[in-house]
Write a protein that binds this ligand. Structure first.
Ligand code: G6P
Length: 608
């Protein structure tokens, strides 16, 4: 996600801001900017693309003198990557500068409110709302203005703020987005993550939710949302720089797995309003949804597995036919597409060559298209008729985890929306779905908390030659993703099969001790999958079962059982995938593989 830095002290601010931003480059970004108070005014410089461009423009900060400032690397969410949308953002007079990380969920409402008060907007960002709202409430006391803004904005934010009228101070405030502050030897610093400050200090204060920090060159004071002072103790950081970039995690993949509860929450919460589902970006009325006769889901890799899950979920919930295609096949198979059909292209990067070509193929035939995309402003996001963003933030590890989880959520929301419009679910069922969706983040957290047990199990399989994953229905889709994760990062040969297909060939591959992961989260299919487990065990397989809490019956057949918490049968993928991700990760770590950058693989496959 975006990176924030701030500095006030005895030294020149700009070089320190640029250095801090460079340490946050790993977070992913598409533009950067800094604002520095030069003794008279706040000066700003922004640049699209790499940070190097901003450094060159400012001669490594030399052209922006001043001892206090804020800086930002932006990863586009609201509004495409551009100089105008890059931070910092300002009030009209240029006296308040703001950098922001997070999403202001009610920004449209606030934007309209402020426009009604005569405020003009120059960017498409949600952040600009904060700059104008601060201006609106600014009566000379920054803390008062900030707390008023905090009461008005919904969503998540980490903010760095500079007030021209208060040149001896910089401000930091956060809710559900990380932000730290610390004291260097000649000044105070703000950063969204530890690596940006390690060069200057190893004692940092973690700002808690809805707290404000006021930094002067000599000290840092903290306040709560009511403007009352708060006492805080610094935390000593002993990470080396490399570990710090990964937030203390050994690999980006592990870090990203741990970000899944947040990712799920971020993708879900802006679309669940007043007990219902609102997907504004779908741009379709209920009548238009009802007119759709068939959905085609097209994607590659893990996104394709999200599509396979989608077939079960859409068809089961909304009773609408779904075809799922690998984009590389779809684009060349002269697909039969009718005018009353919808093509959904799922892609984290929004740049996968085959997915983009498939989208173009569909558009050429005049069919309505929808992208489920993570990277704002990417090709698929730009070219699809409508785009529904997943709010997973940048994913660094090649093997996807958090973007996959966010795609699943987007798909569940769409399915419920279609089911509602088509009248295939009752309001009571929708309420139950929403209740289960909202519980997913804490359930995922709980499953991640069991990592030691899975690590222990994984260590027994680092020498495995072949691993099979089996399941029925949604469990088959989960098996496909579990298998892909394992082969991608551990280089162990693995395959996923629909459990009922085993007898048609695969079972001949089972030898004494072969590991089979059997996924059994679909209650109505338990008995069938248990029969398959028995068939496998009797041929020597060691069976690891992933099933729902309470299905203890499976212990009679499987050798090792991982339980997942109860949720609706359509949403089990979001939970069952967690232990499978952890298993793959620990097998790969145990084998000494380059987990974040597996051999021969690329994060974004922009060639056929
Ligand atoms: C690559 C990545 C996978 C990803 C696939 C599709 O193979 O390694 O993790 O699922 O591309 O990428 P996309 O960006 O279109 O989701």
């Amino acid at each position: 996600m975006c990176g924030i830095v701030g500095y006030i002290g005895e030294s020149q601010a700009a070089p320190i801001l640029l250095d801090g931003l460079a340490k946050l480059e790993y977070r992913g970004y598409d533009s950067a900017g800094i604002a520095v108070y030069d003794g008279e005014d706040i000066r700003v410089q922004k640049a699209g693309g790499r940070l190097k461009v901003l450094s060159e423009l400012t001669h490594d900060g030399a052209t922006m003198p001043g001892q206090s400032g804020i800086g930002h690397t932006r990863w586009a969410t609201h509004g495409a990557p551009s100089d105008t949308n890059a931070h910092p953002h300002f009030n009209a007079a240029g006296t308040i500068a703001v950098v922001h990380n997070g999403i202001i969920e009610n920004y449209l409402k606030l934007r309209n409110y402020l426009k009604g008060k005569g405020y003009a907007f120059v960017s498409e960002t949600d952040t600009e709302v904060v700059a104008h709202l601060l201006d609106y409430y600014d009566k000379g006391d920054p803390i008062e203005a900030i707390t008023k803004v905090m009461h008005r904005v919904e969503g998540s934010y980490a903010l760095g703020i500079l007030f021209k009228e208060h040149p001896g101070e910089i401000y930091a405030v956060r809710k559900d987005s990380p932000l730290i502050v610390g004291h260097g030897k000649d000044g105070s610093l703000i950063a969204s993550d530890v690596p940006a400050v390690l060069r200057y200090t190893r004692n940092v204060y973690f700002i808690q939710n809805e707290e404000i920090a006021v930094l002067t060159k000599g000290e840092i004071a903290f306040y709560n949302v009511y403007g009352e002072p708060v006492e805080k103790e610094p935390t000593a950081i002993d990470w080396d720089i490399n570990a710090a970039e990964k937030g203390g995690y050994e690999h980006f993949m592990l870090k990203e797995m741990y970000e899944q509860p947040k990712t799920v929450r971020d993708t879900l919460s802006p679309r669940v309003k007043d007990g219902g589902i609102v997907i504004e970006e779908l741009g379709m009325t209920d009548e238009e949804i009802r007119a759709i006769r068939k959905i085609h889901i097209v994607a590659c890799g893990s996104a394709y597995h999200v599509g396979v899950t989608g077939k079960y979920v859409f068809e089961g919930m909304a009773r609408i036919p779904v075809e799922v295609d690998l984009a590389s096949e779809f684009r060349y198979r002269d697909p039969i597409l009718e005018q009353d059909e919808l093509v959904v292209v799922i892609s984290q990067s929004g740049e996968t060559a085959d997915s983009l070509a498939a989208l173009r193929e569909a558009k050429k035939r005049g069919v309505r298209t929808l992208g489920i995309v993570n990277v704002v402003g990417s090709s698929i996001a730009r070219e699809a008729d409508q785009v529904m963003y997943t709010w997973a933030g940048p994913e660094i590890a090649v093997a996807t985890t958090k973007a996959y989880s966010a795609q699943l959520i987007a798909e569940y929301l769409l399915s419920i929306k279609f089911a509602q419009a088509r009248g295939t679910v009752t309001e009571k069922e929708v309420a139950a779905y929403l209740k289960d969706l909202k519980r997913l983040p804490e359930q995922i957290e709980m499953l991640l908390g069991n990592k030691e047990r899975i690590q222990h199990f994984a260590n027994r399989y680092i020498a495995a030659k072949d691993v099979f994953f089996v399941g029925r229905g949604v469990d088959y889709a989960i098996s496909m993703e579990g298998s892909l994760k394992l082969k991608e990062i551990s280089y162990i040969h693995s395959e996923a099969y629909a459990a009922g297909e085993l007898k048609h060939g695969t079972i001949s591959l089972i030898e004494e001790g072969t590991l089979v992961a059997a996924v059994a989260t679909q209650e109505e299919l338990y008995k069938k999958t248990i029969s398959n487990i028995v068939e496998l065990s009797s041929r020597g397989a060691f069976v690891l079962a992933v099933t729902n809490d309470g299905n203890t019956e499976i212990e009679k057949a499987a050798d090792y059982v991982i339980y997942i918490p109860q949720t609706n049968r359509y949403f089990t993928n979001s939970l069952a995938i967690i232990p499978l991700q952890l298993f793959s990760y620990y097998v790969a770590v145990g084998k000494g593989c380059d987990v974040d950058k597996p051999r021969n693989l690329a994060k974004s496959v922009t060639v056929e």
